[in-house]
Structure formats: structure tokens, C-alpha cells
Write a protein that binds this ligand. Structure first.
Ligand code: UDP
Length: 411
């Protein structure tokens, strides 16, 4: 059996007054038709990264609507997760290929996972490439199958894409964050564009009094009497944490007491993270103003919430990005963001709304400096960003999009 992830109970009604009311009403209308439907969300990790973040919120809400939703994670050996990380990187355009043995590892683990998926469902959402090959190996059963791709697959490495696409042909639909991400020769007839969203009521995003946020950060060693900027993301080369340190060092020449916090999580399916973590620690050695925190040392949702509230500026210097939930998370707290012009980030913030988009270390430093020097403009950008998130990137909108898709697929 595949591992089922335990989730809490949620009620859609608690989103009234937080998310747009017309979306909540529409959800209730659509949910009528799907009452009792069995839905599975399948991914590779129960923690770390945006997909697990989404599912932890989405699955309980589906259940609240009378849909019988499960969240399960696949399993695999270390070799499998090395291969899937290579695939992830290659699909985002890195010049990485898969040898015969790596393909064999992927298929062997996929076959095992396919055999372990015993239950029957009406809809199966398969997230990202790690579990993608399960469908042709297991057979569709009674379900409609949806491949939900969260990464930027606009210009994938050819060989790896050819390999993966061989397992996608049976899907009923594929969902991408942006039209630009739809890869060449996708063998799936139906394509939907649905951007992710953040949960305004999760511990990471719910309102947190400033005094508590301050206590939380004081407790872990941030100097509250000095300003700080933060990047929150997996330790991944595409998130460019070393570039963040470079940009920060440039800014610090002008703002000597400025601190940098790099908050990163280690995900079960991300073996590369450890090496990047080592490189970051090396770059930060002997610098008491650079703080490196991880989920492994107890920095979790509440701490991230506090960082996103109290940082002068949040940084997300991605070079490639699927969506970048962290951008909406920061904007929801009214904090301005300096972020790479990559993937789904410009969708969330345009120049003048939310913060400043950048494309190099120098631009990043310049943008941070501008916002530090002009707190009024920073505040206005953050406030406009929050409005944009409220309108477009809160969880009920995502839920509505997915319910509509299921309804249409059931016809
Ligand atoms: N995150 C976290 N702690 C960390 C680093 C990341 O809780 O130390 C969360 C972050 O708040 C966000 C998610 O992990 O909710 C990352 O999602 P995003 O879409 O930004 O990037 P992904 O990891 O999916 O590429």
C-alpha cells in the first residue's frame, strides 16, 4: 500500500471574509455534482516544497465539500530520488541526461508504486514527473487521470522529455501553471492552465501579531534591532541562494548592519539539497549577520510566517521557477518582494505591484537597496501585492478550478 498522508479538517466557510465571496459560492454550486466522488492526489513527498504545501490545504477542503479525497505519496530508494531530481532539472532545461540504468531505476520504482496503488478512484491527480509513469503501469481502472505539472517545462532537455512523454499518453488531461510551460509534442489532448495558490488560513499564512512574530524570531537568534532581508526556499540551484548572498554583500556595503536570513527546507525527494546547504554554510562562515535556518533545526511554518511579516524585503532570486508560492506568501503579508523574472513569478507581481523583478545579482542588490531606502514605496508595493494575491492566488480559486476540471472530465 502507498503511504496515506494524514490531514486535518477544514471548513470552506472559514474562508468567508478572507477570500472573494463569489468564488466560495461558485465552489458550493460545483461541489454538488461531485459529492461522493473519490479523488486521489498523488505526489512524492509529504513535506518540503510547494506541492505538499498545496495538498495539505486542498485535500481537507475537498473532504469538507463531500468529496472523498485522499493524499498518498509514492516511495522509492535513494537512487530513484536521484534520478527524479535529474529529471526535474533536465525538464527545467538543464543539460542533464538519463543513462539506461537510471531509466531502469525510474521504471522499477514506478512499477512497484503502481502495484502498491490498490484502491479505486474516480479522479487521480498525479503531481510532477516522479509518479507520472504509474498510470500506464497500473492501468486507468475507473478513474480519469490528470497529470499536474508544477515545473517550468517550456524548454526541456530533449532526451529526458522524450523518455517521460512516453508515459503520459494515457492521461485524460494535463495541467500547467502557465501556457508557456506546455512542452513541445505533449501527448495529452486536453490541457488546462491553472496557477497554484496559497492558503490564507494555514499556520504559515494566518495573521500573526507583530509581538509574537518578534518573539519567534528573537528566539532563534535574529537581531531585531537591526534590519533583515530573507529568502525562503528549498536549497536548490534554481533558487540561486549563492546569488542571494552575493547580492546581499553588495547591499551591505551601503547598509552595514543589514542581516540576511536564508531559510531552506530539505524535502524527502531532494537529495541535491544537502550539497547546496553545505555550499551556503561555507559562504556564510564567519559572518554573524548571515543566518542559515532549516526545517531540520526547527524552523517551520510559524517561523516562516514571522520572517515573511517582519523582513524589510523578501527575496526570491529564482533563475527558473514553476510558480514560487513564497512570493504570494510574502505579498499576502504586505511585504514587498525582490524576485527573479522567472516562470510564474511575474504572474504574481508586476513592476509596481508587489515589488521589483530582477535578472542579475547587481539588479537584485539595487532593487533591495531602493526598497530599504524608500520604506513608503516599499509599503505601497506590498499593499498592492496583497490585493493581487487576494484576487487571484488564494486557495479557493484553485479549488474552484480543479472542481470545474473534474466536472468537465466526468461528462
Ligand atoms: N518552505 C518552508 N520552509 C522552508 C522553505 C520553504 O516552509 O524552509 C515552503 C515555502 O513557504 C513554500 C514552499 O515551501 O510554501 C515552497 O514552495 P515554492 O512554490 O515557493 O517552491 P518549490 O519548493 O515548490 O519549488
Amino acid at each position: 500500500m502507498l503511504q496515506t498522508v494524514d490531514v486535518g479538517e477544514r471548513s470552506l466557510e472559514t474562508y468567508r471574509g478572507v477570500a472573494p465571496g463569489e468564488i466560495l459560492d461558485e465552489i458550493l454550486r460545483h461541489a454538488e455534482d461531485l459529492r461522493g466522488a473519490r479523488v486521489l492526489h498523488l505526489n512524492a513527498t509529504p513535506y518540503g516544497g510547494g506541492v505538499s504545501e498545496l495538498l495539505r490545504s486542498l485535500v481537507p477542503l475537498l473532504n469538507d465539500l463531500g468529496v472523498a479525497a485522499d493524499w498518498k505519496v509514492i516511495s522509492g530508494d535513494d537512487a530513484f530520488f536521484h534520478v527524479t531530481k535529474t529529471m526535474h532539472n533536465a525538464l527545467q532545461g538543464a543539460a542533464r541526461t538519463l543513462g539506461e540504468e537510471e531509466k531502469h531505476t525510474y521504471l522499477k520504482n514506478s512499477r512497484q508504486n503502481a502495484a502498491n496503488l490498490e484502491e479505486e478512484y474516480d479522479f487521480v491527480f498525479v503531481h510532477d514527473p516522479q509518479p507520472a509513469a504509474i498510470l500506464p503501469m497500473r492501468g486507468r481502472g475507473e478513474a480519469r487521470w490528470i497529470w499536474r505539472c508544477h515545473i517550468d517545462t517550456s524548454s526541456p532537455e530533449r532526451g529526458v522529455w522524450e523518455f517521460l512523454r512516453g508515459y503520459l499518453g494515457d492521461y485524460d488531461a494535463a495541467v500547467f501553471t502557465m501556457q508557456e510551460f506546455v512542452p513541445p509534442d505533449l501527448p495529452v489532448g486536453r490541457v488546462e492552465i491553472i496557477p497554484p495558490a496559497i492558503d490564507p488560513l494555514s499556520p504559515k499564512n494566518l495573521p500573526l501579531a507583530e509581538s509574537i512574530a518578534r518573539q519567534v524570531l528573537d528566539w532563534i537568534g535574529v537581531r531585531l534591532s537591526q534590519p533583515f532581508i530573507t529568502q525562503v526556499s528549498r536549497f536548490d540551484p534554481w533558487k540561486d541562494p549563492l546569488g542571494v548572498i552575493e547580492a546581499y554583500r553588495l547591499v551591505r556595503e551601503e547598509v552595514p548592519g543589514l542581516q540576511l536570513a536564508l531559510v531552506g527546507s530539505m524535502a524527502l525527494d531532494d537529495p541535491e539539497g544537502w550539497e547546496i546547504y553545505r555550499q551556503i554554510q561555507e559562504a556564510a562562515t564567519n559572518d554573524p549577520l548571515v543566518h542559515v535556518f532549516t526545517n531540520l533545526t526547527g524552523v517551520g511554518n510559524i517561523e516562516v510566517n514571522a520572517f515573511q511579516r517582519l523582513s524589510e524585503v523578501m527575496v526570491q532570486k529564482s533563475i527558473r521557477e514553476g510558480f514560487g508560492l513564497v512570493v504570494s506568501e510574502a505579498l499576502w503579508k504586505g511585504t514587498p518582494v525582490v524576485a527573479g523574472r522567472a516562470g510564474g513569478i511575474p504572474l504574481q507581481m508586476a513592476d509596481g505591484v508587489g515589488g521589483i523583478l530582477i535578472e542579475s545579482v547587481e539588479e537584485c542588490a539595487e532593487a533591495i537597496l531602493q526598497l530599504l531606502r524608500d520604506p513608503r514605496r516599499a509599503g505601497e508595493l506590498g499593499a498592492r501585492g496583497r490585493e493581487r494575491v487576494r484576487e487571484h492566488f488564494l486557495l479557493p480559486r484553485l479549488l474552484l478550478n480543479e472542481l470545474s476540471l473534474m466536472e468537465e472530465l466526468a461528462r
